[in-house]
Design a protein around this ligand. Structure first.
Ligand SMILES: Nc1ncnc2c1ncn2[C@@H]1O[C@H](COP(=O)(O)OP(=O)(O)OP(=O)(O)O)[C@@H](O)[C@H]1O
Length: 633
């Protein structure tokens, strides 16, 4: 944001706004010192006079100089405006952020409360509070501050809630960072720009509101005076000396204009910056990572990194629970790479999130067994597992925009992760961050560590996230669509990097992808998911020749290869994937399967192991050539 303010000064609107504000602030500081005495000096021989060479704007009923009084009133008018704005913004921040910190239900109540407050028109609220709190300057500040707090709180909440859903915030929260720190470090910096712009514009409304209260006699009380008070005093002589009321009126207009123009220019500049930044980063790719720890030798002794039995994920739905994952079992051994493929909605990501303990409420995870590095993740408190997950599990997500904090330097993000989980000093963590950036083949890592995510290409961001995972030595990297949206060359580099990590550190990899060819090029085994279940598990090497489930064969058939006729339409799988809200009886694939029989529609086949792998199909023994013929028909 600091970078953007000089930009504001490059726009004509910004120049005028900031010049006016500077003059007003100078007046606020200097006018009482220079002209304080002249503004209060009474001259009973010259009361309620019109403009003259001695009194440019005439005098009031005690013969005081209206011109100097208006100049001197700048300080009180602006100080009160800033005080009420600061109070409103502070309260708004508290009220707007509270729902993000409170338990979900309490947060909802808080949001409902905010909505009710918003139903009151601000000006009515100010008048109501000013009368209730009593007539004084401080009650007027309080009344205006409270009245502007609710719209500001609503803005803070809306912007904050959007950021709080990003992967890097979720990862920080779930890996045990104090919620207040998450807000201060990750949420607020990302919403600061629109909030500052909004606060600037709000200041002009506050100025008006204050002037209004003083004008009505329920704001600033004599002997103090602000522009509103001066306007009221000048009203009595409006026909003999219109300047008495007009001059403070002009002061209102100029000050309101200064706040508004500055706010408008800032909004334009920040808006343009944000838009250009999102264009710049949008083609990129993934990631959010739980950073990792060390201890390769000890790791190597443990064979099964991950052991999952009968995993279920469910969400509450209007007509009963929705289960996108329905009894998944899988095992990953040290250094093993397992791919999970399936159409969109088959439950791949939900399985990964459940395994990584990243699924948030209201999602519910149950399993007969869920063991990571020999630790039962279902036993004991969540906080007991944070250290293990934080040091041994890295998760690489797909969404580029939400995976790295856009306002933090790359180096700081790596350092923060390592310091939290490995207890390194800042210097040690910085050195390691540079070293890890080098390890993922980023050129000039020292310079890169000082840059922000928007200065990186998609592939570089993705490698950065893998570097974050490598701040220690993860036992498992869960990579959810890590190469989607990357071009073939960068995709290859990222996949090679995963392979290198696996080879050098014995890290197991769970790679999720739509792309059968990506998975089969990296993984030892492939799990095929359909409707929340694994329907086939087989070695990658056998995928093209020995797959037996009709769904696996259909997925392979949908991947074009060198022999594909480019003039013919691409092969697709007929029908629609199963909606988890409405899973049919029997085999979930039956409605789309060319081999389906009555038995398939009634009885759900279970996964049966054999010499090749495992398959859940009543027709798994039908010879492959017969199957291909059937499918072709
Ligand atoms: N909060 C939720 N409430 C109810 N259902 C949900 C919720 N989140 C996800 N689902 C459902 O879970 C199912 C599985 O989603 P998941 O993201 O695991 O699919 P996927 O196989 O990873 O798909 P993709 O490849 O598109 O990411 C989807 O049908 C989705 O609608």
């Amino acid at each position: 944001m600091r970078r953007h303010w000089p930009q504001v000064l490059r726009t004509p609107v910004g120049i005028v706004g900031i010049a006016l504000l500077t003059i007003l602030l100078l007046l606020a500081v200097l006018a009482p010192l220079l002209w304080g005495d002249r503004a209060t000096a009474t001259d009973t021989g010259d009361i309620l006079s019109g403009p003259s060479s001695q009194h440019w704007a005439g005098t009031d009923d005690l013969g005081r100089d209206i011109f100097f009084r208006t100049l001197v009133a700048t300080r009180l008018s602006i100080v009160l405006t800033l005080l009420a704005t600061a109070l409103g913004v502070g309260l708004g921040l508290l009220l707007g952020l509270a729902p993000l910190l409170l338990p979900r239900r309490l947060g909802r109540i808080m949001v409902a409360f905010l909505n009710v407050l918003l139903g009151f028109p601000s000006l009515l609220m100010v008048l109501f509070l000013a009368v209730i709190l009593g007539v004084s300057t401080s009650s007027a500040v309080l009344a205006i501050g409270v009245a502007i707090a609710s719209p500001f709180a609503r803005l803070v909440h809306t912007l904050g809630a959007g950021i709080a859903e990003r992967d890097y915030v979720a990862a920080a929260r779930i890996s045990g960072v104090n919620p207040v720190r998450v807000i201060v470090r990750h949420v607020l910096p990302n919403v600061a720009e629109p909030l500052v712009v909004n606060a600037t514009v709000t200041a002009s409304s506050v100025l008006l509101a204050f002037g209004g209260l003083s004008f009505l006699g329920i704001g600033v009380q004599p002997p103090q005076y602000d522009w509103g008070r001066l306007m009221q005093d000048g009203l009595g002589s409006i026909y003999t000396n219109p300047l008495a009321a007009l001059l403070p009126g002009i002061a209102f207009v100029v000050t309101g204009l200064a706040f508004n123009l500055t706010g408008e220019a800032a909004a334009g500049t920040f808006g343009a910056k944000s838009r250009s930044r999102s264009r710049w980063t949008s083609p990129a790719a993934p990631v959010t990572v739980r950073p990792s720890g060390s201890g390769d030798e000890e790791h190597a002794r443990v064979a099964d990194v991950l052991d999952v039995r009968d995993l279920h994920v469910s969400f509450p739905g209007p007509e009963g629970p929705i289960s996108p994952v329905r009894g998944v079992s899988l095992t990953l051994r040290t250094g093993e790479a397992v791919g999970v493929v399936g159409e969109s909605g088959s439950g791949k990501s939900m399985t990964a999130l459940a395994v990584a303990q990243l699924l948030e409420e209201p999602g519910r995870v149950t399993a007969e067994r869920l063991t990571f590095c020999e630790t039962d993740l279902q036993a004991g408190a969540r906080s007991d597992h944070d250290a293990l997950l934080g040091t041994s599990l890295a998760v690489v997500f797909q969404d580029p925009m939400s995976s790295l904090n856009p306002v933090m330097r790359i180096g700081s993000q790596l350092v923060e992760a390592a310091r939290r989980h490995q207890g390194l000093t800042r210097q040690e963590a910085s050195d390691r961050a540079v070293d890890r950036l080098r390890a993922v083949h980023l050129a000039d890592p020292e310079r890169r560590a000082r840059q922000h995510p928007h200065e990186f290409s998609g592939g570089m961001r993705q490698r950065t996230m893998i570097a974050m995972g490598l701040m220690g030595t993860p036992r498992l990297i869960v990579a959810d669509e890590p190469t989607t949206a990357l071009d073939m060359t960068v995709q290859r580099q990222v996949l090679d990097l995963l392979q290198e990590t696996r080879r050098d550190h014995g890290t197991a990899i769970l790679l999720i992808s739509h792309d059968v060819s990506v998975v089969s090029s990296v993984c030892d085994r492939v799990l095929v998911m359909y409707a929340g279940r694994i329907v086939e598990d087989l070695p990658s090497a056998d995928l093209r020749t020995k797959a037996r489930h009709p769904y696996t064969r259909a997925l392979i058939g949908a991947v074009p290869d060198m022999a594909t006729d480019l003039d013919a339409p691409l092969t697709t799988i007929p029908g629609q994937p199963v909606d988890p809200r409405n899973v049919p009886d029997g085999c979930a694939y039956a409605a789309r399967c060319p081999l389906a029989t009555e038995r398939c529609r009634q009885d759900d086949p279970v996964l049966v192991a054999d010499a090749i792998g495992s398959v859940a199909c009543w027709h798994a023994d039908v010879a492959l050539d017969v199957r291909i013929e059937e499918e072709a028909r």
